[in-house]
Design a protein around this ligand. Sequence first.
Ligand code: GAR
Length: 205
Amino acid sequence: MRKVRIAVLVSGGGTNLQTLIDAIEKGDINGRIEAVISDHEGAYALERAKKHNIKAVYINRNQLSENLLPELQKLNIELIVLAGFLSILDRELVKAYEGRIINIHPSLIPSFCGKGFYGEKVHKAALDYGVKVSGATVHFVDEGTDSGPIILQESVPVYIEDTIETLAARVLQVEHKLLPAAVGLFCEGRLCIVGRKVNILKKEV
Ligand code: GAR
């Protein structure tokens, strides 16, 4: 089967990117990361890419509108994965890649998501609210913020003694499982969007 051409967009450390690289190197995902693109010049995720001989591209946040879509098209990218990418994508790009952009979010959507909820802010909001469970969500991206059809979700417990750091670490463990799983399903052609729902098709035998 031909490998799906993937671009991973990142802003930070890139532990989720690393799980994708590892899963691909193990042969668990029928895809190939053609480029890692960051809106932060110093993002450690770019170093992770270089260590694995993956093209690492920095695009200034102010130039994303002009430069991101052409870069993706030049590389014939078929799937975009947002792995801790903190800039908002242009409408035009979201339209061009409808049903082909996957995002990971560190809460159980629709809780603690949308504008302003990213990274540690999500965990702080969950702790401040006093929820007993949080978790991670992988979803397709639509024109809203964190509002597209959900692919996979998994919960984690929240304990009274949790800090932002301990909760983030517990959620991150789940993220590292869900993101490669969702990308793997996409690359096998097993994700079917029906309205707001994602139907996961059975593996062909
Ligand atoms: C992850 O927790 C991811 O869910 C979150 O940023 C972190 C990136 O970590 N994304 C968002 O908050 C998007 N709204 P990483 O760089 O180690 O993969």
